[in-house]
Design a binder for this molecule. Structure first.
Ligand SMILES: Cc1cc2nc3c(=O)[nH]c(=O)nc-3n(C[C@H](O)[C@H](O)[C@H](O)COP(=O)(O)O)c2cc1C
Length: 194
């Protein structure tokens, strides 16, 4: 065996979504952020397009993101659908977490690889990031929504016309007890043809 399967299985099972409101202000150090990103890019990707373009917001940089997301939620939401709690989430989350990483997705200029496959590659990268966070005892949260995945955010990040942002990954040390996960028994999801 090349690695400890039981340790890897424990890590995978222990990976938890921990929301920014449950993060402490403790700073996640630069070397940890760099390791998270180094592991991200080892995700599989069709055609070696390596579509990930990360923008890392820390410290004062988070304020710019917070202001943008608050304004963008307001801009995109019809008044009758405006929810103060949702608006507050957009404003507060970047400030509640030590680090917010915007998940930019660059389209392959050759257009050979479908958007869906590029999104798969990004999802694999985020899983690498989330597992790495777990190893450090850091919680992560993949946040989506119209203000984050729309063209306004794409422009805010300086991405190309064909590109998009597929979410923000928030990292922080948990202020709560590490949450317990839940899944149905694995056999419920599997059909064997033998
Ligand atoms: C692409 C993606 C988007 C998500 N968006 C949200 C979200 O908008 N709000 C939310 O509460 N959780 C969101 N989650 C987190 C899920 O709620 C979480 O993964 C699920 O509850 C399982 O918990 P676990 O990650 O701790 O195993 C998202 C997860 C993924 C993969």
């Amino acid at each position: 065996m090349k690695y400890s399967v039981s340790e890897i299985s424990d890590l995978i099972k222990d990976r938890r979504t921990i929301y920014p409101k449950d993060h402490t202000p403790r700073e996640v150090h630069r070397d940890i952020i760099e390791r998270v990103l180094q592991n991200a890019i080892w995700a599989p990707n069709h055609g070696m397009t390596q579509p990930w373009r990360f923008t890392v917001f820390t410290g004062e940089g988070r304020k710019r993101l917070s202001e943008f997301l608050g304004a963008e939620y307001t801009r995109l939401t019809p008044p009758e659908k405006f929810m103060p709690k949702k608006h507050a989430n957009h404003v507060d989350r970047p400030l509640q977490s030590s680090v917010a990483i915007a998940l930019g997705l660059a389209r392959d200029p050759n257009g050979k690889i479908s958007l869906l496959e590029e999104q798969f590659a990004m999802a694999c990268a985020v899983q690498n990031m989330h597992l790495t966070c777990t190893a450090y005892g850091i919680g992560g949260f993949w946040s989506t929504g119209a203000a984050i995945t729309g063209s306004g955010m794409r422009d805010f990040l300086g991405l190309g016309e064909q590109d998009s942002c597929v979410g923000i990954f928030y990292l922080g040390y948990p202020a709560i007890e590490w949450p317990k996960g839940y899944r149905k028994p694995w056999v419920d999801f599997v059909k064997w043809e033998e």
